[in-house]
Ligand binder design. Structure first.
Ligand code: TA6
Length: 309
């Protein structure tokens, strides 16, 4: 079983307008709501690809109930920790005329120490069925920037492999706990390593250094340039076909979820990387936080080129 942890879930509201104007009424042309947040997006993709996952994290209030209801409707299993605060709403403002997207990510509800305690009780009780745990996204107020490191240490102590997707201090501290895998995008990787270059060989060299330091797999998502996968023993870049992008939201989550899905299906490092590139690409073809569709992933998978690095 793949578990996902989203400490700061979000109800994603995608709002479409036709040419945003300031100081005047903008009529909403179309609106969609999705269960969002990075770990939750991973659970939705794992479900779409045909496997099961259990979503963990904090939810509360009416928006929390709606989020959970949407996930259950999609067939995602949920085992959230209830909080007194209200789950946040993130806004994705899509301007059809400008072909732009503005993401407005809320901070999230304040979490109490007691609620954090309840959450740790839950992850300490995870059983042998837990093959992987994906820990992903921002954290809400009241939660320390060291929490991913604590979660990774707790789960590694139980022999569970953890995949981490975060940014800034959360990622830096998390790396200190040596998770099984990290999946930064190029900007997050540059912030982590201080690397200024975006050349694949420079990224690979830095990632190899991290792999030699005890993190088994480093995946760097590079948008239309594909995804670079590095271990101590081998590294590849998977390059997808160019597609018309509708929404970037959730592309990185889709790639990470597909990679972990591939490992659980024993597809191996190289083939899982190809699947990850296909899923990330399929996700940009859909609006809002619709994420990837299995039929698109399977079609694109055949068109991904893979180069040994
Ligand atoms: O990656 C997409 C997404 O998970 C959206 O669902 C949106 O809610 C956002 O990212 C949340 O990211 P954050 O970094 O604020 O946790």
């Amino acid at each position: 079983m793949i578990y996902t942890i989203t400490l700061n879930p979000a109800l994603d509201r995608t709002i479409e307008v036709d040419g945003l104007v300031a100081d005047d009424a903008n009529r909403i042309l179309h609106e969609e709501r999705y269960a969002g947040g990075k770990g939750i997006d991973c659970s939705r993709v794992i479900e779409e690809l045909g496997a099961e996952s259990i979503a963990l994290g904090f939810i509360g209030g009416y928006d929390g109930l709606e989020l959970e209801g949407r996930l259950i409707n999609e067939g995602v299993l949920c085992d959230f920790t209830r909080i007194g605060g209200e789950t946040r709403v993130n806004i994705i403002l899509a301007d059809r005329k400008q072909k732009t997207q503005i993401m407005l990510n809320a901070a999230g509800p304040r979490i109490t120490p007691a609620e954090i305690g309840l959450f740790f009780q839950k992850i300490r009780s995870l059983g042998r069925d837990a093959e992987f745990v994906i820990v992903s996204g921002s954290v809400p107020p009241g939660v320390s920037q060291n929490i991913y490191a604590q979660i990774i240490t707790t789960l590694k102590g139980k022999g569970i492999r953890v995949a981490l997707d975060a940014d800034g201090e959360l990622l830096r501290h998390g790396c200190g706990a040596k998770p099984f895998l990290i999946k930064p995008n190029i900007h997050e990787f540059q912030r982590l390593t201080g690397l200024r270059s975006t050349e694949t060989d420079d990224l690979r060299e830095k990632a190899l250094h991290i792999a030699e330091g005890g993190i088994e797999i480093i995946l760097i998502s590079m948008g239309p340039k594909g995804i670079l996968g590095v271990t101590k023993d081998e590294s590849y870049r998977a390059i997808p076909p160019q597609v018309e992008a509708v929404s970037q939201v959730g592309a990185g989550d889709s790639a990470l979820a597909a990679f972990i899905y591939g490992l659980t299906k024993e597809m191996g490092f190289r083939e899982s990387l190809i699947l990850a590139a296909a899923a990330g690409t399929a996700a940009v073809m859909t609006p809002g936080t619709e994420l990837c569709k299995k039929k698109d992933v399977e079609r694109i998978q055949k068109e991904v080129t893979i180069e040994k690095r």
